[in-house]
Design a protein around this ligand. Sequence first.
Ligand code: SAH
Length: 522
Amino acid sequence: MTPPPRPRPGIGHVSLVGAGPGDPGLLTLRGAEALARAEVVVFDHLANERLLDLAPAGALRVRAGKSVGHCTLSQDQINATLVDHAEAGKRVVRLKGGDPLVFGRGSEEGAYLRERGIPFEIVPGVTSGIGATAYAGIPLTSRGVASAVAFVTGHQAPKSSQAVNAASRLDWSALAKFPGTLVFYMGVTHLADITGALVREGKPAGTPAAIVESGTTPAQRVVAGTLGTIAETAKDRGVRPPALLVVGEVVAQREALAWFESRPLFGRRIVVTRPREEAERSSAALEALGAEVLIAPTVEILPPEDHGPLDDELDRIGEYDWLVFTSANGVRGFFDRLWDRGGDLRALGGVRLAAIGPSTAEALARYRLRADLIPPSFHSESLAESLAAVAAGSRILMARADRGRTVLQDVLGKSAEVRQVAVYRNADVEGLPPALRSRIEEGGVDWITLSSPAIVARLHALLSPEGRRRVGVEIKLATISPITTAAATAVGWDVAVEAPVATWDGLVEALVAHVATSRDGS
Ligand code: SAH
């Protein structure tokens, strides 16, 4: 083996990273580390674009391919791009679908880099043959059923008129006799040639076979049949790349093992309209249940335009008996400002804390603070009533958004000394992401979740008349509370599901229950 040339001073580095088959969670920790340090990311169409979020915001992102078989850059251009950036001293990540060395041309890229004296590493990924089959519930080996597995390219299948072994670099008679599972990559356009060649070489036409399309993604689809029928079935069902063909007795075990598509919200496309800070966490709950989540914040959370009033209250916080929070954002806004001004939790002294519901209480708990009061129902009326019972004659400070309902002040103001202060600002976003707007208008969405009257109003304003018409009809609505439902009804939208308790978990549970019982499953 020739030793690698000594790195030149100032030279960068290339990581050839396997992105896994689609689900971003299947990236390795080493891959995530490489991305976190990247200055340039050159990515494939098969790599999930959400992984790009792991790279620093300032990293240059270069798209190498835009769809199957259509490369934006040729292989030569990709090689040149890697070399150019590495020679300029950059840390480059070459992000490739699945594993870089399984039908991925990673070996060519590595060899090219070696020739030019550029240091590189190879970070393996979950190849689709392993990942997509696991998500489809197909074990590649199984005791007594399959003791071997072969990964095969589907590119080199002979046409039915051709002598089998002359037209292909693969030995099809050996493949037909292979004592185990066959997994074909890149075979969708040659399915009939592949299955035909195997049958002609003696593999029984009744052997179970399946196609896994877009495995590990919300669009995953599995079409099952036999070696004799699968090509025709796939054609009828319109199977499209990327897809794998799996041939072998193990395919029959899918009935017992399929788990990914059996999750309660699998295949449902759900829009989350909450501010970005909350949307990420809220989406995770839906995604864990199998939903495809589209994040479209309609309002955003900003610091107050003028910090003066909040700062004044922070200075005299010890004079209050109660500090009341009506959202997790309020908690963050309040304590972050306290900290930024050089104070800390000791400023609170003996002031008691009220939270409108569990998420707000949880936000307090993150600062190691316990809520003294959480009302039985998680809305302003209930909070006002509970406080009125214990806080008559007290001094109460409400930390809240710059806009919103004034119930608390109205009710409590009669029996206590109530002041309110804006700790954050609810600002309307300028527009919805264009791709999402068209999906809503073209029926590419099943559900929209709504978690406040302000969000309802803003969403209504941002949609076209066609989009508005679909909402509540083809696109079902799930709301977090009666107040949000009332706001939706007021703009003419029917609400399919309302959370029985006003929390995000409550909303998700109600949505799952609705999907489970609705006959069409939509
Ligand atoms: N290096 C990749 C393979 C690249 S070749 C890997 O290790 O997975 C491209 C082929 O991979 C596609 O034609 C398809 O057969 C397969 N493939 C990639 N992603 C897939 C997915 N999510 N589901 C099913 N097949 C996939």
